[in-house]
Design a protein around this ligand. Structure first.
Ligand SMILES: [Zn+2]
Length: 437
């Protein structure tokens, strides 16, 4: 009898415990009260101007004020972080990452990597990326939805990492860039996002959203690192891409299209995708279509430099890499000069995570962008592409307190962004090399 009554009693007790733990998030909680972040300089990314002697006021996970230090009145309980002569900027945004992948050109590596291992790799890379000053990413393509769990583990505070929008498995045609083409037919190896024809792509879009995708990634053309396909050949048809975009947009998701060849870029933009990734063979017809439709261009340019120096590609990729490397930069420079909108994406994983800000150096050095324009690709433009202009991309009241600092002036020397000395995300400090708190 006593056993029975204690069993009866324990039910509501258990329910209460479950309720309490559900209401006690393990996310690192910002200190109560305000944090004043002061530095000698702050970049206003919209105007492209360097402002002096600025204080940023953070409360909880948000920026509540920003302005000249003399105009911010300290209150009892305020905590101050003085970063001395450093320069404050909004945390950078990379709209094309693969956090659940490591740099590995062994074609069979992917076939021997489980979804659980991918998530663990992602946990390590998420931290590396955040520490490098990238406070927001889009992760574009992960079989098994390892990216969904990675995103959720970060937002639950289990691990450190940037804010994430994730795509789940990338959609692509049978035998295309998003499929697995290494094994003979008897092994039945098929990429998770492979779907052919309009009903199948509609189903795949809906299934990805069901399992947690924030955006849809598709393969509009062949790729460089995949076996047996041609970067210049379009893969999805215009009609398939139109079906994908209509469904994704109706369900509140953006669409990112991997596209190298000119025809695939044209169809992707015409179909209404939100961004063209890589864009290697972008031509004047593509540029005109993209400007008409407001399609963002995500160049992923630094990987060419890195692979040339360090990459040991499988035989089937070597000529393709030589071909795209020969034209990519000149075409991108032309498209940018013609006024196509650009958001920074890196394809990090092709080269080691954490080197993301090298991308901006290419935009300035090789594409002729001014440093303020380059900075906007990784802040306000990227935020716009993600549909997150209300929360990331600039140091303005109401936005998430995602703040980085560097030594030096990024408006004069964009490479200082490769050496971040301070990282705050959602009001929590994840890095402070200056230790001037
Ligand atoms: Zn990629």
């Amino acid at each position: 009898m006593s056993h029975r009554s204690s069993w009866l009693l324990s039910l509501p007790a258990l329910a209460l415990t479950a309720l309490c733990s559900a209401q006690t998030p393990s996310q690192p909680q910002p200190q109560p009260g305000r944090t004043l972040v002061h530095a000698a300089h702050l970049v206003d990314v919209r105007s492209g101007r360097l402002l002096d002697d600025q204080t940023l006021v953070v409360s909880g996970d948000r920026i509540v004020a920003v302005g000249p230090a003399s105009q911010v009145k300290p209150q009892p309980g305020d905590k101050t972080i003085d970063l001395g002569d450093a320069t404050l900027l909004p945390g950078l945004i990379d709209v094309h990452t693969h956090l659940t992948d490591d740099t590995n050109f062994d074609p069979y590596h992917e076939l021997t990597t489980t979804v659980a291992k991918s998530a663990l790799i992602g946990a390590r890379n998420a931290k590396v990326t955040l520490q490098a000053g990238i406070t927001t990413v889009r992760n574009v393509g992960a079989d098994g939805f390892a990216d969904v769990d990675l995103r959720d583990a970060i937002s639950e505070g289990l691990i450190e990492g940037p804010h994430m929008q994730v795509s789940g498995p990338a959609l692509g045609i049978t035998g295309g860039h998003m499929d697995n083409n290494l094994l003979p037919e008897s092994f039945h190896s098929v990429g998770d996002g492979v779907a052919d024809g309009i009903p199948a792509v509609q189903h795949m879009v809906r299934q990805n959203i069901k399992y947690g995708a924030d955006l849809i990634k598709i393969g509009a053309t062949g790729g460089v690192l995949s076996k047996g396909d041609d970067p210049q050949a379009s893969q999805y048809t215009l009609e398939e891409m139109q079906a994908i975009v209509v469904d994704a947009h109706r369900l509140g998701r953006k669409v990112a299209a991997h596209a190298h060849g000119a025809q695939g870029i044209l169809w992707a933009s015409e179909a209404g995708v939100d961004s063209v990734e890589h864009g290697t063979y972008i031509n004047d017809e593509d540029i005109k279509m993209m400007k008409t439709h407001g399609t963002y261009f995500v160049p992923t340019a630094y990987l060419i430099d890195w692979v040339r120096e360090n990459g040991h590609l499988p035989a089937y990729s070597q000529q393709k890499m030589r071909d795209v490397s020969a034209v990519e930069k000149a075409n991108a420079k032309h498209a940018i000069a013609e006024g196509v909108k650009v958001a920074m994406g890196t394809d990090a994983a092709v080269y080691p995570h954490g080197l993301n800000a090298h991308e901006l150096e290419v935009y300035v050095r090789d594409f002729g962008m001014t440093p303020p324009d380059a900075l906007r690709t990784a802040t306000v433009n990227a935020a716009d592409l993600m549909g997150w202009s209300d929360r990331v991309g600039s140091l303005e009241p109401g936005k998430w307190a995602d703040v980085i600092a560097v030594s030096g002036d990024p408006l004069k020397d964009i490479t200082v962004l490769q050496r971040t000395v301070f990282v705050m995300k959602s009001g929590t400090v994840y890095r402070n090399d200056l230790h001037r708190q």
